[in-house]
Ligand binder design. Structure first.
Ligand code: ZN
Length: 312
């Protein structure tokens, strides 16, 4: 075979492999699209029950999601005791719609590396499994807006052992004080006086009437993003500055930046950076050690730091 012919054969082979890979991705995407639609349809069913043990209201969403104690969700201003539960069910569904479509490459941010399509499949599998997934609201019990409990193994990240110890896994604990931007009621009286500069009248109002919202305490707006973030922890990802922070990248790329940054252009810039990292083929194909090296070498570890610096 002449060199030219050999080169032609090689080129055609490369092309064929490329076409096969592309059509493989199309197949995966079609499957994913169907699975996402099926899951979302399932999450449209909502049934209120009374917990036989506690007598408290529980909302069942789809076959396996269970919402407990969320009458005050999200901002403690519901008239109807069922409204908070239904709002949370909607936020979970909205978060999954946007997050899963993004990871499947079906969202406005365009195609994704197959690794992330697999992550979407796995999350759908967890959500569709028979095991109950619990979402529970608490008031003024955590330092975070929400925390996840992924599995019986100790997983760092958002898992606060102390506050999640009674929460079945996989589960999410949502602190309605934190997402409302309320000042905690658990400080010492001297802290209100000296640190927050409140007078006795305001301290009394805060502790005995309605909790105060102060400037600088953030009210979380993009709740679907927060909920998708927490569910992505069920995949086993933990927060890290030395390895790819998958959960942060998903939230930033798929939900348009960060809830703490108000400027739309700044958010769009961070969003594009996060999506570019998710599309870095090499990063998602190498072993854990090389991932750590690339994460630093390419300066990806700076993204979170730059985002924190841009907080309002
Ligand atoms: Zn987290």
């Amino acid at each position: 075979m002449s060199f030219a012919a050999l080169r032609a054969v090689i080129l055609v082979s490369i092309l064929m492999v490329g076409i096969q890979l592309a059509s493989g991705n199309d197949d995966t995407q079609n499957h994913l699209s169907n699975d996402i639609n099926e899951l979302l349809e399932n999450l449209g069913s909502r049934n209120f029950e009374q917990d036989p043990a506690s007598g408290k209201l529980v909302l069942r969403v789809g076959h396996t999601l269970r919402i407990e104690n969320c009458g005050n969700y999200p901002y403690h201003n519901n008239d109807d005791p069922k409204a908070g539960y239904l709002q949370l069910a909607d936020d979970i569904k909205d978060g999954l719609t946007q997050g899963l479509q993004c990871l499947a490459g079906l969202g406005p941010m365009g195609p994704q590396h197959p690794y992330h399509m697999n992550q979407a499949s796995w999350l759908i599998e967890i959500l569709s499994s028979k095991q109950t997934k619990t979402f529970r609201c608490v008031q003024d019990e955590t330092f975070a807006y929400a925390v996840s409990r992924a599995s019986p193994e100790r997983i760092k990240g958002d898992t606060f052992d102390e506050v999640t110890k009674d929460l079945p896994y996989p589960g999410v604990l949502i602190d309605t004080y934190r997402i409302s931007g309320f000042l905690s009621r658990k400080h010492e009286a001297s802290t209100y006086r000296e640190f927050f500069k409140l007078d006795e009248r305001l301290i009394d109002k805060h502790l005995n009437k309605r909790p105060l919202q102060l400037d600088g305490l953030h009210r979380y707006r993009d709740r679907p993003a927060l909920l998708f973030h927490e569910m992505a922890h069920w995949l086993g990802h933990v927060h890290s500055s030395t390895y790819p922070d998958v959960v942060e990248l998903y939230e930033t790329c798929c939900f348009g930046g960060d809830d703490h940054i108000r400027d739309a252009d700044t958010n769009r810039d961070f969003q594009q950076q996060a999506c570019a990292i998710l599309r870095d083929g090499e990063l998602w194909e190498v072993n854990r050690y090389k991932q750590m090296r690339l994460w630093k070498y390419r300066g990806y570890d700076q993204l979170k730091r730059n985002m924190r610096a841009a907080y309002d």
